[in-house]
Write a protein that binds this ligand. Structure first.
Ligand code: NI
Length: 188
């Protein structure tokens, strides 16, 4: 089912190369330090868990907003892109300008058996991937955040931009999950 929600790979770019050490998250938000960005990245997992826990287990697979993903599907989608994005971050760190292949959220959702996956496992995966990646990135020199890879659709992206984009992915989806929870209350 097409989600019609915007996904990590489609989020607009905000970063310009060679901007250190402050990280501009969005124009309307004051510049973030790298440490703040890494904190947000790591906290995203708990924020997602907190919002998902507002719905009852049996409601997670319902489609309260017609034509849009269930909460369960959104969690699976986020988990899939955590591992894709962590792989990109790692390759840009250790390889010389690697190619990063585009991933289509709807193609992933259609073929990766979301209906057989376990929401707790998915949330654990997101938590652990972000913990591991944040540990690595806290040891990374500031200048290495300007290392680049080439995204097969978006073109050259810095490590900084990749981190900003994946950090924004969960906050991007939270209002849509809240919307589904609100719609579930109405049918209760
Ligand atoms: Ni998404």
């Amino acid at each position: 089912m097409p989600s019609t929600e915007v996904h990590a790979d489609n989020l607009p770019l905000t970063s310009k190369p060679n901007r250190t050490p402050a990280f501009t998250f969005r124009k309307e938000i004051p510049p973030m330090t790298l440490d703040q960005l890494l904190q947000q990245y790591e906290q995203g997992a708990q924020q997602l868990r907190a919002v998902v826990s507002k719905a009852r287990r049996e409601q997670l697979t319902l489609h309260p907003v017609p034509g849009k993903w269930s909460i369960h599907e959104v969690v699976c989608h986020i988990a899939d892109f955590e591992t894709v994005c962590a792989d990109r971050l790692k390759r840009v760190l250790v390889e010389d300008n690697p190619t990063m292949f585009d991933a289509d959220p709807d193609v992933f959702a259609a073929g990766l058996h979301y209906e057989h996956r376990n929401v707790e496992e998915e949330l654990d995966l997101i938590t652990v991937v972000r913990k591991q990646m944040a540990r690595i990135l806290r040891q990374t020199d500031a200048e290495d955040f300007q290392r680049t890879g080439v995204h097969s659709k978006a073109g050259p992206l810095t490590l900084e931009t990749l981190l900003e984009r994946i950090t924004r992915h969960i906050p991007h989806h939270l209002p849509f999950i809240e919307q589904k929870i609100a719609a579930l209350q109405l049918v209760r």
